[in-house]
Design a binder for this molecule. Structure first.
Ligand code: NAP
Ligand code: G4F
Length: 392
């Protein structure tokens, strides 16, 4: 029997990388759409990527872009995929306020381009289509928790573009009888999460801080609440959605919501740090107010304790206090999504989907990975090599 073929757009992103790994394990041949970039941009899939001259490869990349319909049509024609996972998107909500037209083009019309390619190539009965829809559709939430029937109220150019994408997927399903489905995924993170999303920004910065490589992390709205799951669990849901006899739309979420402030505190706990917040609004600051040395030594290392003890000493005598966290309004959004919490009962019942990770497990995975990464940086810096700052 010939192997199933999947085409993943956005394969160089967080979800694309986990999904490619998952499908290759299931014996798929995975084709990925990759944008041309001025540098290699395949770090997340490097462990899966094979030398292009090898026969029988199970991962094949194609240059392409969601804004180029002819290119998309040609790739779909060449690959003749059994399944398309459309994960490509300008996925940063804040950036979508700076690039609204581009975001509409790639995240909204890009979806139409793929659906039209499937239809015009006569693949409507063969190719199943998954659209990466989002909890950002709920925006100014009309109901708590949010489920498949909750009305949408997007609050950003990103959310509005994804609203078009959601409905055009539903419309092609109804109009042309296509197997086209939406996964309405709530926030999901991992050690390979993009560095400018808040969770990864926090775990990277806190790793640098405990290793003495940075003093303070600047963030935006500390009170926003998100329903965070692990990307590894969420790509399994994408696969399950396309294995159903009937196409449909599903919420994928953990059902727990947590503020950014509490995410920071929980990350601190894993490092043995007690983090205390003082002040209000843009004057709010977080300080290291205690340390559990045994936990710190186990997860960070006793050689880094001195610096933390000094910060603690300054904190208690209220002198030369360095905040761990400070608010910078440049990270606020013109319109904010204050709270998201999903109800994934339908996915659990119909797909049999169950997440393995809870928030504690997710944070542990992320912070331990970033401690390792930053230790590597510290090692290189101490050896006289340049390391990148990645200021945002
Ligand atoms: P990500 O890490 O930002 O990855 C986005 C991917 O899309 C990257 O491979 C990127 O390529 C590619 N891309 C961007 N614009 C493109 C274009 N015009 N043409 C072709 N490729 C393009 O995002 P993610 O977290 O994996 O999310 C995957 C999808 O799920 C996205 O559609 C996102 O909007 C949606 N989503 C994410 C979450 C979440 O919490 N992660 C929740 C709900 C929905 P480069 O590597 O070249 O930049
Ligand atoms: O991590 P975020 O940037 O993710 P956001 O906006 O929720 O979007 C992510 O999840 C969506 C699913 O709901 C996806 F569709 C989307 O593609 C993306 O993956 O921000 C989370 C919250 C926001 O309320 C933001 O205002 O964190 C707040 N925040 C506070 N300080 C910050 C910061 N966000 C970022 N990125 N950077 C900050 O310094």
């Amino acid at each position: 029997m010939s192997k199933k073929k999947a085409l993943i757009t956005g394969i160089t992103g967080q979800d694309g990388a986990y999904l490619a790994e998952f499908l290759i394990k299931k014996d798929y041949i995975v084709h990925g759409l990759k944008r041309r970039a001025s540098m290699f941009n395949t770090e997340r899939i490097d462990h899966l990527y094979q030398e292009p001259h090898i026969d029988d490869r199970n991962l094949i990349l194609h240059y392409g872009d969601l804004t180029d319909s002819m290119n998309l049509t040609r790739i779909v024609q060449e690959v003749q995929p059994d399944e398309i996972y459309n994960l490509a998107a300008m996925s940063h909500v804040k950036v979508s306020f700076d690039t609204p037209e581009y975001t509409a083009n790639s995240d909204g019309i890009g979806v139409l381009r793929i659906l039209e390619a499937i239809r015009l190539l006569g693949l409507s009965n063969k190719t199943r289509f998954y659209q990466a829809s989002t909890s950002e559709l709920y925006g100014l939430v009309q109901e708590i928790p949010q489920n498949e029937k909750t009305p949408f109220y997007p609050r950003s150019p990103y959310g509005v573009a994804k609203l078009y994408a959601y409905w055009i997927t539903v419309n092609y399903r109804e109009a042309y009888n296509m197997h086209a489905s939406n996964g309405i995924l709530f926030n999901h993170e991992s050690p390979i999460r993009g560095e400018t999303f808040v969770t990864r920004k926090i775990t990277r910065a806190m790793a640098r801080i405990v290793l003495g490589m940075q003093d303070t992390l600047y963030v935006g709205n500390l009170s926003a609440q998100r329903d965070w799951g692990h990307a590894k669990d969420y790509v399994q849901a994408m696969y399950l959605i396309l294995q159903q006899d009937k196409p449909d739309d599903y919420v994928i979420a953990t059902g727990t919501t947590t503020s950014i402030r509490d995410f920071i505190k929980m990350t601190g706990e894993k490092l043995g740090l007690l983090i205390s917040f003082e002040g209000k609004d843009i004057e709010e600051k977080g300080y290291i107010a205690g340390v559990n040395e045994a936990v710190f030594n186990e997860n960070v290392g006793s050689q880094y304790l001195e610096n933390i003890k000094m910060r603690l000493e300054n904190y208690s005598v209220k002198k030369a206090r360095k905040p761990l966290i400070s608010v910078d309004p440049q990270y606020f959004r013109p319109t904010e999504v204050e709270m998201l919490i999903g109800d994934a009962s339908k996915a659990k019942k119909v797909l049999g989907w169950e997440p393995e990770y809870d928030l504690k497990g997710l944070i542990e995975d992320m912070i331990l990975s970033d401690i390792k990464l930053m230790k590597k940086d510290a090692y290189l810096r101490n050896g006289g090599y340049r390391i990148l700052n990645y200021f945002e």
